[in-house]
Write a new protein. Sequence first.
Length: 191
Amino acid sequence: MLKELLLRSRSYRSFDQSFRIDRKTLLELIDHARLAPSSINLQMLKFRPVTDEGECAALLASTKWAGKIKDQTLPPKGHAPTAYIVICADTEVIASAASFQKDVGICAQTIMLAAAERNLGGCMIGSFSQDVLRRDLKLADRFVPMLVLALGKPDEVIELTDLPADGDTSYYRENGVHFVPKRALEDVVIE
Ligand SMILES: Cc1cc2nc3c(=O)[nH]c(=O)nc-3n(C[C@H](O)[C@H](O)[C@H](O)COP(=O)(O)O)c2cc1C
C-alpha cells in the first residue's frame, strides 16, 4: 500500500554504516525518477550516484543536517549515509534551472519511495553549497546541484505525532526517538 510506504518513508539521519548501498541499487532508484512526470517533458534533471567512500565523506562534510536539533550532531559519528544521489539540473537542456524546482521535488520523492520499498531510507538535503559540491564531485559546469538525497539503512526510530497546542511544527528528539509533528487532515483542507 502506498500509504504504508509513505508512513515508512521518513527523513532518516542515522544509518547502519556496515550496510553499503551499491551503485546497481542507486541506478534502480534513478530509473524510477526517469519515469516521473516532467515540465514540458524536457527531462532536464540528471542524477549523480555516489557510493565512493571518499565522495560520501565529502558530501557528509558539506551538507547541513537537522538544523532544529541543537544539542546533537547528526548523523551521529559512525552512523553516516553510505550512498547519495545528487539531483542536478542540466543547463544544456535548459538554462533556467531555478524554474524547474517542482521537477526536483517530484523526482526526489519518487526516489525516496523506491528506497523505502527496498527497506532503505534517507534524507533530502537542501542545505549545501552548490560550488563546493560541484568541486567535490568534479561535476561539469553544465550541471547545477539542486538537491542531495542521502541514503542508507536507517537505524533510528522516527514517530509521527500531532502538532502541540501552540502549533509548533519543529521536529525534536526525546529518549532516542525522533518525533515529527504533522498537521491533521482537517487543518490542511481548505473548505
Ligand atoms: C526540499 C527539502 C529539503 C530538505 N533539506 C534538509 C536539510 O538540508 N537538512 C536536513 O536535515 N533535512 C532536510 N529536509 C528534511 C526535512 O527536515 C523533513 O522532511 C521534515 O523534518 C519532516 O520529516 P519527515 O520527512 O520525516 O516527514 C529537507 C526536506 C525537503 C522536502
